[in-house]
Design a protein around this ligand. Structure first.
Ligand SMILES: Nc1ncnc2c1ncn2[C@@H]1O[C@H](COP(=O)(O)OP(=O)(O)OP(=O)(O)O)[C@@H](O)[C@H]1O
Ligand SMILES: [Mg+2]
Length: 411
């Protein structure tokens, strides 16, 4: 699939942008702080309803507009998308209203999603534009906390699997309610007989999430291993991606706990088609954790505490891998993600690459560029287009980004 036209109003440093986007690779170049990353962020936001950079969505509204005296400020992102079977228009609106009686300095904030000009739930926007994004900070997937890896899994899966997305959102609500009840029970309030009702719902939804994640990671692991082994390290190194489902209480910090969780991951992989077995296992885990959970007033097992890790030549990549090895593993993961999305949805995703090309050596860069040629559209950013080969620049459309404006040019 590809984006034919992008229109932005009051988004970051884009007051107003109307931009036709061609097929093939598009190189956005320009000095620092001109709006290259912001443009990719807008596309990612339309695809996933999440920003990879802002902690609060309100930060995405152009700050001059946001601070104006206008009673209502709308930030609009619209993309005309061409997919294999149909064309569609998707839109996100971030709306800030001045509400004189309200708190927060009298400002309220809300979001709206539209498909073909009809309002839909935010969730229904997912999958309408599929993207794979690769940022320099994706290295954090190797070394950062488990929350980063869960977020990556959820955002990627939600683009392709609407059922997963719905179940995840329901699971998070039930989890919140269950934890609130555990707190009330600890304070001597609340009804104990409600707990099994929440627990039962949690088991049904949670076990589905476990199964879908296990399937996803198994697919991704296979392809990541192949790309890494065959195409990146010429048979010298093996990378393994292991699922660590939180189906038991212990944290997964010590080496033996990691091994135990990984064994559970393998067990899950072999039971992805057996919903009853996964439910029974999760039920057992919740029951075993209940005494401590009652004291801590939280639910310590379940997919909300999942993790996954890379292993390189049998060792933990985060602790033992060099920066170069970590970079290769992430590149293999991203290329595997493109492969997985294309296979599952019969659509090639739009690839978004912010600054990463500069960080890759020649071999890795060449591999990435061969993958880009297979896609309908890829947007790359660089401060220095000189790092691309003449051959690549001939095939790419180049555009200069200057202070919130985008000007097609020729390099
Ligand atoms: N809400 C906002 N309203 C207006 N401007 C903003 C907003 N948020 C960020 N900016 C500004 O947008 C500008 C462009 O940022 P962006 O990250 O896109 O630059 P870039 O071209 O990717 O630069 P670099 O090469 O340094 O990565 C920055 O000067 C930033 O301060
Ligand atoms: Mg940038």
């Amino acid at each position: 699939m590809h984006i034919r036209h992008l229109s932005l109003t009051n988004f970051r440093n884009y007051g107003r942008l109307e931009l036709d986007l061609p097929l093939g690779p598009i190189l956005l170049h320009g000095d620092n702080a001109q709006g290259k990353t912001n443009l990719l962020e807008a596309i990612y936001y339309l695809a996933t309803t999440r920003s990879p950079h802002a902690d609060q969505d309100a930060q995405l509204i152009n700050w001059i507009a946001a601070q104006s005296e206008e009673p209502i400020v709308v930030c609009r992102l619209v993309a005309d998308v061409a997919a294999a079977a149909e064309k569609r228009q998707i839109e996100m609106r971030l709306i800030q209203e001045v509400n004189l009686s309200g708190r927060n300095g009298g400002r309220t904030f809300r979001r709206e999603a539209l498909v073909n000009r009809r309002k839909v739930r935010l969730m229904d926007l997912l999958g309408k534009l599929q993207v794979v994004q690769f940022l320099p900070e994706d290295m954090q997937l190797v070394t950062g906390p488990p929350g980063n890896r869960r977020r990556y899994m959820d955002i990627t899966l939600c683009q392709i699997d609407p059922i997963y997305c719905r179940q995840l959102s329901q699971y998070n609500k039930i989890l919140e309610q269950r934890n609130a009840l555990l707190r009330r029970l600890a304070e001597g309030r609340g009804k104990r007989d409600v707990l099994p009702i929440f627990t039962e719902k949690l088991i049904k939804l949670g076990s589905e999430i476990f199964r879908r994640r296990a399937m996803f990671l198994a697919n991704l692991a296979r392809e990541t291993h192949r790309i890494h082994y065959e195409e990146l390290t010429e048979g010298k190194e093996t990378v393994r991606l292991g699922y660590l489902p939180r189906l038991q209480e212990n944290g997964g910090r010590r080496a033996d706990e990691l091994i135990a969780l990984e064994q559970l991951g393998e067990w899950l992989q072999s039971h992805v088609d057996d919903a009853d077995a996964v439910q029974a296992r999760f039920e057992q885990a919740l029951a075993a954790a209940l005494p401590t959970d009652m004291v801590r007033c939280t639910t310590s097992v379940g997919p909300h505490r999942d993790d996954w890790r890379f292993w390189i030549n049998g060792r933990n990549l985060a602790s033992y891998g060099s920066r170069g090895q970590q970079r290769s593993a992430i590149l293999a993961l991203k290329l595997a993600e493109i492969h997985w999305m294309t296979k599952i949805s019969n659509e090639t995703p739009v690839l978004l690459l912010d600054e990463v090309v500069a960080e890759l050596d020649e071999h890795r860069r060449a591999l990435l560029l061969t993958y880009i040629k297979e896609l309908h559209q890829a947007l790359l950013t660089a401060t220095d287009p000189g790092m691309f080969t003449k051959d690549f620049l001939r095939q790419a459309t180049t555009m200069a980004v200057e202070n919130g404006r985008v000007i097609p040019d020729k390099i």
